[in-house]
Design a protein around this ligand. Structure first.
Ligand code: SF4
Length: 189
């Protein structure tokens, strides 16, 4: 077949474009999906390192291991920007040393026991109630007057980078309702 110069250039460009777009030709051919194409989901979360609480988009493989970390462009805190520390969230999450279950060591014991989350939550609630009741101060003497203070002095509350605004709002409501006065945040320590 005899091609004109124009026809030759058009055919070459079309062939070159097809070779450079293997995904398109793969889809058009209706063939099997390559096993090299791993399906990964991307989920929004928060960087746990410093108290900025930058938004991350995290992709995981089928085993839940993190394969990619990027800044979340929709998060108003960082608008997609991240510092290098955030990338280490991958090592933190994929580490076999990371604890994912409740472990408890009773006073005086030498061994750790594995406990359920329900057990832990009930224990925390009981101990907070006991400490609050035992340390609650209703009044404080100022000069010759007793002033009402209604505070629990034996409990402190510490927030961290992974607490978002809604967490902090709920925490401040709960702690002030209990009478706590020692509320602090990781950023100030
Ligand atoms: S990305 Fe950097 S600045 Fe943002 S929370 Fe993580 S450590 Fe802090």
């Amino acid at each position: 077949m005899k091609l004109s110069r124009r026809q030759f250039l058009q055919t070459s460009a079309a062939l070159g474009g097809a070779l450079m777009l293997p995904g398109a030709t793969h889809a058009d051919s209706g063939g099997e999906k390559s096993p090299l194409h791993k399906s990964v989901g991307s989920q929004a979360t928060i960087c746990p390192y410093c108290s900025c609480g930058c938004g991350l988009l995290i992709a995981t493989d089928a085993h839940g291991h993190i394969t990619n970390v990027e800044g979340d462009p929709d998060n108003p805190v960082n608008r997609g920007a991240l510092d290098p520390k955030s990338i280490a969230v991958r090592q933190l999450s994929n580490s076999p040393l990371r604890l994912s279950k409740v472990r408890y060591r009773a006073p005086g014991a030498t061994q750790w026991e594995e406990k359920s989350w329900d057990w832990a939550i009930e224990q925390i609630a009981q101990r907070v109630k006991k400490a609050r009741d035992e340390s609650f101060v209703k009044t404080f003497k100022v000069g010759d007057k007793n002033v009402a203070v209604n505070r629990a002095e034996a409990i402190a509350w510490l927030g961290g980078a992974a607490n978002n605004s809604e967490d902090c709002y709920a925490a401040s409501k709960l702690t002030r309702a209990l009478g706590l006065v020692y509320l602090e945040h990781q950023a100030r320590i």
